[in-house]
Design a protein around this ligand. Structure first.
Ligand code: MN
Length: 348
């Protein structure tokens, strides 16, 4: 803030507010500046804020958190000419206008981007311990649900079993809408489960993640119902090889695009790169998609303590898709895998 000449900063994105304060309410803003920071929220969250954001200055308002934040600013910025930062990626145009109207004249609004996300990208030992548990839960649920994967079972039934078991295992929610996609629909990377029953000789993609103690996991496995034809085995082998190449490229000092290229290069050698329609991976933490990104054009350099997915895939229209996804911690001595489900092609 000092480097950018900011006297104040308004943090509104829930994940950043949680990271900085511990507050999990869905309506709150953190006003940083003056002699410290103030968590501003509305009267629904009085007790929750006091319990979760201990040791912080908390201001509870009958108005919305945004209006109250603007009110605090208007009182504190009396002489005018204050520079106030706001989260450009998370403040809507309407929110920004409301802030500016309530805070009054004399404020210079400065858009900032990626500050808290940069802090969140490097996990401390406590966060890593939590993420190991979240990854273990997803792996255990996969192992349990595998017994239920058989012809005749509907995609929605399996998705419900996955969600239920994650919750029973302590998850507050799935980290995203669980994907169970069979047959030709497995070629849709983000298919929603349907009432369609699984059939014999089909690929099934299962993509699941748990939010455990506020941190996410993300795990994908692909199974084959029957004895896989040689073409499917070849594709699966190439995807696994691509994942392994990316894992080896995953180290402090490597750029995100280099890890992506390592996976893409393997699939190109197998003539499959045109079927790999998304990026190689993404950061994981309080949000299921966060910094750093493992994708084309990502020049940012990885650091020890980053947690990322590596999830190459091959999607062939009309035939099916294969994706294998695990979660890794970037470490100097080599990436640590957090998810533990078996990675060989499972034929059921
Ligand atoms: Mn993912």
């Amino acid at each position: 803030m000092a480097a950018r000449g900011l006297e104040w900063l308004v943090v509104v994105h829930w994940a950043n507010v949680y990271y900085l304060t511990g507050f999990t309410g869905s309506a709150g803003a953190l006003l940083v500046g003056g002699e410290g920071a103030t968590l501003v929220t509305d009267s629904r969250y009085r007790e929750q804020a006091q319990e979760e954001a201990q040791g912080m200055r908390i201001r509870v308002s009958r108005q919305s958190a945004l209006v109250a934040t603007a009110g605090v600013l208007s009182q504190r910025v009396r002489r005018g000419a204050a520079r106030v930062g706001f989260e450009a990626a998370h403040t809507t145009v309407a929110d920004k206008e409301q802030l500016a109207r309530g805070a009054g004249r004399g404020i210079r609004w400065v858009p900032v981007q990626g500050w808290m996300e940069g802090l969140r990208a490097v996990k401390d030992p406590g966060e890593l311990a939590t993420m190991r548990l979240a990854a273990r839960l997803a792996s255990e649920v996969f192992a349990e649900v595998l017994r239920l994967v058989k012809p005749g079972v509907r995609e929605v039934d399996l998705a419900a079993e996955i969600d239920y078991r994650m919750r029973r295992g302590g998850a507050s929610a799935p980290a995203f809408e669980t994907i169970v996609a069979a047959g030709p629909r497995s070629a849709w990377p983000h298919a929603r489960p349907t009432g369609r029953p699984l059939g014999r000789n089909e690929l099934v993609v299962l993509d699941m993640g748990a939010i455990l103690r506020h941190y996410s996991s993300d795990l994908t496995r692909t199974v084959y119902l029957g004895r896989a034809p040689s073409r499917i085995r070849r594709w699966y082998g190439a995807v696994r090889e691509a994942q392994e190449a990316a894992r080896q490229a995953l180290k402090p000092g490597a750029a995100g695009h280099q890890v992506d290229a390592a996976a893409r290069c393997v699939l190109r050698r197998h003539g499959l790169d045109r079927f790999f329609v998304h990026s190689t991976g993404h950061g994981l933490g309080i949000e299921v998609h966060e910094e750093p990104r493992l994708a084309r054009g990502q020049r940012a350099v990885l650091e020890a303590g980053n947690v990322v997915t590596i999830e190459p895939g091959v999607y062939v229209e009309g035939v099916g898709g294969i994706r294998v996804e695990d979660d890794f911690v970037v470490q100097a001595q080599g990436a640590e895998r957090l998810t533990s489900a078996p990675r060989e092609l499972l034929e059921i």
